[in-house]
Design a protein around this ligand. Structure first.
Ligand SMILES: Cc1cc2nc3c(=O)[nH]c(=O)nc-3n(C[C@H](O)[C@H](O)[C@H](O)COP(=O)(O)OP(=O)(O)OC[C@H]3O[C@@H](n4cnc5c(N)ncnc54)[C@H](O)[C@@H]3O)c2cc1C
Length: 419
């Protein structure tokens, strides 16, 4: 692979994770998770922590490696080959860790971030509610201050690690008069503070990551577990969404790549009508298109990651990467299954499992509809704010242009729309 987009250090961590995925992750673990005989992949987390692979970009003192975002995304693509459930378990320390690292107190970093990256504590995040996930700021979960504790009431659903995690980063409403964006706060809530699991979901794919509904009823959460400032959940949310969406973009590239590799080898051997099916362009063009989309997706992910490294606002780039990569990943798995024909639809190959997994990627971590809303908002804001700052009047850019156009079209419509 011509990997000009990575420097030597980034290639090195990618190759290290590739070896870890190949040599240290048992196929039996994936099958046990998929058949639901295993509820949470603790051994995978412990193995990754032992190799110092969790939270690669966090400071050494908290168990990270001080690497950049591109390194982490290159690593994530490799883990993505294993499917979403393990990719998610690998990503959560980076997502929850981001909130703690950027906004947490020294004590929170010692008590939560360090053991998380050491694989000693498992984390989860509670954003989505039964009421809905897209309208995040409409949250119904509340945290009312009483002395030096907050009393938390509410439910979060689809929480990965709902079964399995030791603690959750949960958003709750703390201000009942402010605008929605100024009314939420983030808390670190230990399972043993009284979090109950009400329902484990039967999922189409991505099994074995403990996705469940968690219920918090009159939970007393110490004030010291508030992350960042009161009512400043918005800042924490925006910060967390960078790893949340970038990791969920990078994983499907690995899934799509794995599926296409299987399909290429299959098409090289499988014969129909006296020739190998790779000779039919209906087959080989799928490979061409999918590989092109996956490579483009990787470019978008690395671009967003590089921008994240600068610390600049990168919401548009992150959402573009999430939309494009999750759709490219799903298309690749879908087309790979088509190339394999009937056998692709069985569990002889992992493609059917990757297919079930990949379907989630366009729905979660902010659906792709929500990502498109973000992208269009950012594009309109960028272009129009530049116009305003330059005092440019768009309508007067080419004076008379609209009038001239109207005249041409009203002259003889048939000239332009021949029947
Ligand atoms: C297996 C799994 C694991 C998950 N893990 C977690 C987790 O660990 N933590 C967590 O907090 N959440 C998690 N989620 C939740 C996930 O992030 C949400 O499902 C997702 O954000 C969408 O929310 P929703 O399901 O409530 O759909 P809704 O918000 O009800 O949306 C329904 C549909 O309407 C569309 N829509 C909504 N608003 C708009 C709009 N303004 N314009 C256009 N379209 C719109 C959406 O795109 C979607 O297609 C997980 C979900 C699943 C299935």
């Amino acid at each position: 692979m011509f990997d000009v987009l990575l420097n030597e250090d980034e290639r090195s961590i990618r190759d290290e994770v590739r070896r870890f995925v190949r040599d240290k992750v048992e196929r039996e673990l994936i099958l046990a998770m998929d058949s639901k005989s295993k509820e949470y992949p603790y051994e995978f987390i412990k193995a990754a922590a032992k190799e110092n692979l969790l939270g690669l970009r966090f400071p050494n003192e908290y168990g990270g490696r001080n690497l950049g975002w591109v390194s982490e995304m290159a690593a994530l693509e490799e883990v993505g080959v294993l499917g979403i459930a393990l990719g998610c378990a690998f990503s959560l320390p980076s997502i929850v860790g981001e909130a703690i690292n950027k906004f947490g107190t020294l004590e929170q970093k010692k008590e939560y971030l360090l053991p998380t990256l050491q694989g000693k504590k498992i984390c989860g995040e509670g954003l989505t509610e039964p009421r809905g996930g897209s309208d995040f700021f409409g949250t119904n979960t509340t945290a009312i201050k009483q002395g030096d504790t907050f009393v938390v009431n509410g439910e979060k659903r689809f929480v990965a690690g709902g079964i399995g995690a030791d603690y959750f980063l949960v958003y709750a409403k703390t201000n009942f008069v402010a605008l929605p964006h100024e009314s939420l706060s983030a808390f670190l809530i230990d399972r043993d503070m009284g979090v109950k699991v009400e329902e484990e979901y039967e999922l189409m794919g991505c099994r074995g990551m403990g996705a469940a509904r968690i219920v918090m009823k009159d939970l007393e959460v110490p004030e010291s577990n508030l992350v960042g400032k009161i009512d400043d959940g918005n800042s924490i949310f925006n910060t967390m969404m960078v790893p949340e969406r970038l990791t969920s973009a990078a994983g499907p590239i690995g899934m799509g790549r794995a599926a296409i590799e299987i399909a290429v080898r299959y098409a090289d051997k499988r014969e129909a009508f006296g020739r190998t099916i790779k000779k039919y362009e209906a087959i080989s063009f799928k490979v061409a298109d999918c590989t092109t989309k996956l490579d483009a997706a990787r470019g978008l992910v690395y671009r967003a990651a590089k921008k994240a490294d600068t610390g600049d606002w990168c919401r548009k780039e992150v959402s573009q990467a999430k939309v494009f990569a999750t759709e490219a990943g799903f298309t690749a798995v879908h087309e790979a299954m088509q190339i394999l024909g009937g056998i692709g639809y069985t569990d002889v190959y992992p493609i059917e499992r990757l297919y079930r997994d990949a379907r989630l990627a366009t729905i979660w971590t902010g659906s792709n509809e929500v990502q498109r809303l973000i992208i269009q908002n950012e594009v309109f804001r960028e272009i129009l704010s530049e116009d305003r700052s330059l005092k440019r009047d768009v309508e007067l850019d080419t004076p008379g242009a609209h009038k001239a156009e109207e005249k041409v079209y009203s002259e003889d419509p048939k000239k332009y729309y021949p029947t």
